[in-house]
Design a protein around this ligand. Structure first.
Ligand code: HEC
Length: 118
């Protein structure tokens, strides 16, 4: 490889490193890890998350929640969202949501994004 052809490759690699060091992007995490199940409207697969921040837990009338999630009282505060996303079935044994978000900074970012969903 000549010096000339190596330079663009180096520039790309540097850009990739800079990208991964950026703050976690809540919108991107949502696209990749939540949207397959959670749409703008509730479906049989998952409830709508529009307006979920501050909403009473398991309270939509157009979705049939698990008994496990329905047993929870309270609202979706930042703290409750964080614990649920850290380990859905630890927060609500029997919940039908299989996975959450392992990394704490990613959870903070995605919770920030949930607040923008109206
Ligand atoms: C495989 C499908 C699936 C994926 C992926 C998924 N969820 Fe869920 N989610 C569900 C289901 C099903 C429920 C309802 C759970 C129940 O009834 O126990 C739920 C419930 C929720 C609730 C509670 C909603 C309410 O009305 O009380 C929140 C908040 C939530 N999900 C956030 C997320 C976020 C954020 C992500 C991405 C990081 C995500 N979910 C990814 C299926 C999914």
């Amino acid at each position: 490889m000549t010096r000339r052809s190596l330079l663009p490759a180096l520039a790309l690699a540097t850009a990739a490193i800079a990208g991964s060091a950026q703050a976690a992007d809540g919108a991107k995490i949502f696209q990749l890890q939540c949207k397959t199940c959670h749409g703008a409207k509730s479906t049989p697969m998952a409830p709508s998350l529009a307006g979920v921040a501050g909403r009473k837990i398991a309270s939509l009338s157009d979705f049939t929640y698990s008994a496990g999630l329905k047993a929870k009282t309270g609202t979706w505060t930042d703290a409750n969202l964080d614990v649920y996303l850290a380990g859905p079935s630890k927060f609500a044994p029997g919940t039908r949501m299989p996975t959450g978000v392992a990394a704490a900074p990613d959870r903070t970012a995605v919770i920030g994004y949930l607040k923008t969903l109206k």
